[in-house]
Design a protein around this ligand. Structure first.
Ligand code: DQA
Length: 147
């Protein structure tokens, strides 16, 4: 089971970025926890972050071959990026949308996700646990698709 975690802009600042909204953990802390949990459950975890939309598009395209599922926190690009939506639509690999915060309880511009309709589902509002829930969802989808 190869599970790729992709993180969009400003998530490299987790830990110091608006901790009241996004929590105290750094992205590295989250990665370490997810890796430990995933490996314990037989998943191979790859974790990446970029502030550039183009990197995220390229990684999603590559996931068609390199991953069995993608867990994606597209951050602000969630609300703006047709390019990410098209990349997700273009691959067969299932993509799960996640957010640390409950985007639906925040500013109106965060209520709309450009990618939600082409993802398997959305997990939002559980802080760093959104990553673990995303991992569990990814493992369940992969297992349900195995012959
Ligand atoms: C976020 C929510 C987005 O609206 C925001 O732009 C982010 C982080 C989250 O994880 O809660 O950067 O994706």
């Amino acid at each position: 089971m190869r599970i790729l975690f992709l993180n969009g802009p400003n998530l490299n600042l987790l830990g110091t970025r608006e901790p009241g909204i996004y929590g105290q953990q750094t992205l590295k802390d989250i990665e370490n926890g997810v890796r430990e949990y995933g490996e314990h459950h037989g998943a191979q975890i790859e974790f990446r972050q970029s502030n550039a939309e183009a990197d995220l598009v390229t990684w999603i395209q590559e996931a068609q071959k390199s991953a069995d599922a993608v867990v994606l926190n597209a951050a602000a690009y969630t609300h703006t990026s047709i390019a990410l939506r098209d990349a997700i639509s273009a691959i067969k690999t299932p993509v799960i949308e996640i957010h640390l915060s409950n985007v639906h309880a925040r500013e109106e511009f965060r209520h709309h996700s450009m990618i939600a309709a082409v993802c398997v589902g959305q997990i939002a509002g559980f802080g760093h646990n959104s990553y673990f829930l995303g991992l569990q969802a990814a493992m369940a989808i992969i297992q349900s698709r195995e012959p």
